[in-house]
Design a protein around this ligand. Structure first.
Ligand code: GTP
Ligand code: MG
Length: 194
């Protein structure tokens, strides 16, 4: 995929701030710090469009990036971060729900799981929720550069079994591994030519 234009359009804390032009949206979903913002930057070939951080809980609003004027990448706040207040966590949860359930233009979910760990209970819940709501899910295993080939092979077997799917793409935002495979899957799913 040749990205000719990638623009940050808006960061929303409320549905009134979501884009209104009706373009299809691909949402990046996963626990805090799993690498959502880094994956977006890597796919778009930029370093800093989506803000990344070592501190979990970096992304606290829903950020929309318009790609080639054709569709949006949506960077969602991560879930499952324990070290914020209960009130803050509930607020993030409510914001996620305001996007995920009612959004017509939300066509495809990219669910991110850290390649070094098994999916958490929240990841499994999220996956089945998305499937129940007829949102196709592509699973991406992040940070694969942190594992040897052998370790990655074993993790792939275990993670596929835990998720009950073979549709799992190993990725590294550091080396770019998986980039072509993931772009191909995304474009096929949303019906946009390469
Ligand atoms: P929140 O916005 O807090 O939910 O986090 P996020 O899921 O957007 O994660 P982010 O992209 O900010 O990345 C978290 C940390 O993981 C950062 O320190 C990144 O540099 C690192 N990271 C992300 N992807 C990779 C990867 O593929 N390889 C390696 N080695 N590090 C990565
Ligand atoms: Mg982020």
């Amino acid at each position: 995929m040749k990205v000719t234009e990638a623009k940050f359009i808006c960061g929303a804390v409320d549905p009134r701030g979501f884009p209104k032009d009706g373009l299809p949206e691909i949402a990046f979903i996963g626990r805090s710090n799993v690498g959502k913002s880094s994956l977006i930057n890597s796919l778009l070939g930029t370093k800093k469009l989506a803000r990344t951080s070592n501190t979990p809980g970096r992304t606290q609003q829903i950020n929309f990036f318009k790609v080639n004027g054709q569709f949006y990448f949506v960077d969602l706040p991560g879930y499952g971060y324990a070290r914020i207040s209960k009130a803050q966590r509930q607020e993030l949860q409510r914001l996620l729900e305001k996007y995920l359930a009612p959004r017509d233009t939300f066509m495809l979910s990219i669910l991110l799981v850290d390649s070094r760990h098994l999916p958490t209970e929240l990841d499994l819940q999220m996956k089945s929720w998305l499937e129940q709501h007829a949102r196709p899910v592509l699973v991406v295993l992040t940070k694969s550069d942190k594992l040897s080939n052998n370790e990655l092979r074993n993790q792939l077997i275990e993670i596929r079994a835990a998720l009950g799917t073979d549709q799992v793409i190993p990725y590294s935002a550091v080396t770019g591994k998986g980039k072509e495979a993931l772009w191909n899957s995304i474009l096929t799913q949303i019906g946009v030519g390469n």
